[in-house]
Design a protein around this ligand. Structure first.
Ligand code: GDP
Ligand code: MG
Length: 463
């Protein structure tokens, strides 16, 4: 058994805490083979690599811990690219704890969260988008999040970015070649079309990625749905009815909800991050007015707004202003919920007209048992949620991808202007290289130590 890795050897329990049918202890690094020998003294040297073998696992004093399957996956054909050993034990906490301790006695150290995947990245087994996809795959709670993570793991995003980087590299080569010949007048012209065409192509494809970022973000994090409206309209009651709990406090005291509450719902294959907010009204209460400020901010960041009004109270001038704005200036989907249909009182014709601007209107009685109108709202959320996450082709999924794409686009805009203005070739080359560097941070081709810290800190241990 040999190793090509120079790093130390790490070990972790890779399965979740608690009891289970199987529990796995994973070891990776240059000493993995000697850890295996220490725990399974009778491991035959001629055992084929990657083959599970029923083995007696012992601690370093020779005491039997478990009878389990063990496998040896030598470098480079393993997840990390290093020598890897896995013990697939009976899934009891004592067994796993003792097997892990035994690997430590045999020279391994406890792995940090994400360290296996980080090594896979550092050894070139995965690019950064694929490493992120490993975490996303584990964390996915919906079909659409799972699908995107799987595509990214297969390299769809990394591949797209690499293709764009290749095209840009061709442009850099052309520009830098022209630097050497810039005394010959005709060279500039030829190279200018060739370079310009490449810049434009990459620019267009990056813009497409940028414009669809929200779709990937919604798949990964869930759709932000914010319940807004005047105080006492029944927002918290709606929040509870959709969530199926008494999570939010409901009272007839106006201004009960002062902070916001968030819960995750799953509706028809999409995740919804449902937020209940403080009602919008003029108030002298300092805490409440901070809450209202926050409601407005949350409303601005929402993918979809649910506006609740109390039919028996009618609309205030402020409600009308807010609704007018949503109807006219906002292209986000808005659900209008006209609540308290059990109480007397009717909206004026003028207000009915204002509400008719909204495609999705629901009349509810949320205090009925069961609440009336909630199912229709849930159906609409599921349908709109599917539309808000629908997309063909590659998607960006994280804010850091978007930042990099925006940086690359800025640099490309400068490069294109430089080209059009026939600026020095050297300056154009610098802008093109800036764009390349920005793209390189997405896949991890460019030095990204600080990014690595951020990415791998969100992993669980054993991944
Ligand atoms: N009659 C009636 N009362 C309701 C209805 N929905 C909510 N309420 C009541 O209206 C009051 C305010 O509800 P709440 O959900 O706290 O409103 P919020 O301030 O918008 O969060 C509470 O007393 C609720 O029980 C309804 O459909 N009919
Ligand atoms: Mg409330």
């Amino acid at each position: 058994m040999s190793s090509r890795s120079s790093s130390d050897t790490i070990a972790a329990i890779a399965t979740p805490p608690g009891r289970g049918g199987v529990g796995i202890v994973r070891v990776s690094g240059g000493d993995a083979a000697s850890v295996l020998r220490a725990l399974v003294p009778k491991w035959p040297d001629d055992t084929p690599a990657h083959k599970l073998r029923l083995s007696q696992i012992r601690d370093t004093n020779g005491e039997l811990i478990d009878e389990s399957l063990a496998v040896y996956m030598p470098s480079p054909d393993s997840f990390t690219g290093e020598d890897v050993v896995e013990f697939q034990c009976h899934g009891g906490p004592i067994i796993l704890r003792r097997v892990l301790d035994a690997t430590l006695d045999a020279g391994a150290r406890v792995a940090e969260p994400g360290e296996f995947t980080r090594r896979a990245f550092l050894n070139g087994r995965l690019d950064l988008t694929q490493a992120e996809a490993v975490a996303d795959l584990v964390n996915a709670t919906t079909e659409s999040a799972h699908k995107m993570a799987l595509e990214h793991l297969h390299g769809s995003l990394g591949g797209e970015i690499e293709e764009l980087a290749e095209t840009l590299t061709e442009a850099v080569v052309l520009v830098e070649a022209a630097i050497d010949f810039s005394h010959e007048e005709h060279v500039y012209q030829i190279e200018s079309d060739e370079v310009g065409g490449r810049i434009d192509e990459v620019t267009n494809r990056l813009k497409r990625l940028r414009d669809r970022f929200d779709r990937g973000r919604r798949r990964r994090e869930g759709i932000r749905v914010v319940i807004l409206g005047p105080t006492n309209a029944g927002k918290s009651t709606l929040f509870n009815a959709l969530h199926g709990t008494d999570r939010a406090i409901v009272t007839d005291v106006a201004g009960t909800t002062r902070d916001f509450l968030e819960e995750q719902l799953h509706l028809g294959g999409v995740a919804i991050r449902l937020t209940d907010t403080a009602g919008l009204r003029d108030t002298d209460d300092r805490v409440e007015s901070l809450g209202i400020q926050r409601s407005r901010q949350l409303g601005e960041r929402a993918d979809l707004v649910m506006w609740v009004v109390d039919r028996s109270q009618g609309l205030t001038d402020e409600d009308r202003r807010d609704l007018q704005k949503l109807a006219e200036e906002d292209d986000r989907p808005t659900l209008v919920v006209v609540n308290k249909s059990d109480l007397p009182g009717e909206l004026t014709d003028q207000d009915q007209q204002l509400l008719a601007n909204f495609e999705h209107r629901f009349d509810t009685c949320l205090t009925a048992d069961p609440p009336q109108g909630v199912e229709a709202i849930a159906d609409a959320l599921a349908e709109l949620g599917a539309e808000l996450t629908a997309a063909e082709g590659v998607l960006l999924s994280r804010a850091r991808h978007l930042e990099a794409v925006v940086d690359a686009l800025d640099a490309l805009t400068r490069a294109r202007e430089g080209l059009d203005m026939q600026m020095e070739h050297e300056l154009i080359a610098i802008d093109l290289r800036d764009a390349l560097d920005a793209l390189g941070t997405i896949t991890g081709r460019v030095d990204t130590d600080d990014i690595l810290e951020r990415i791998f800190s969100e992993f669980c241990v054993g991944k």
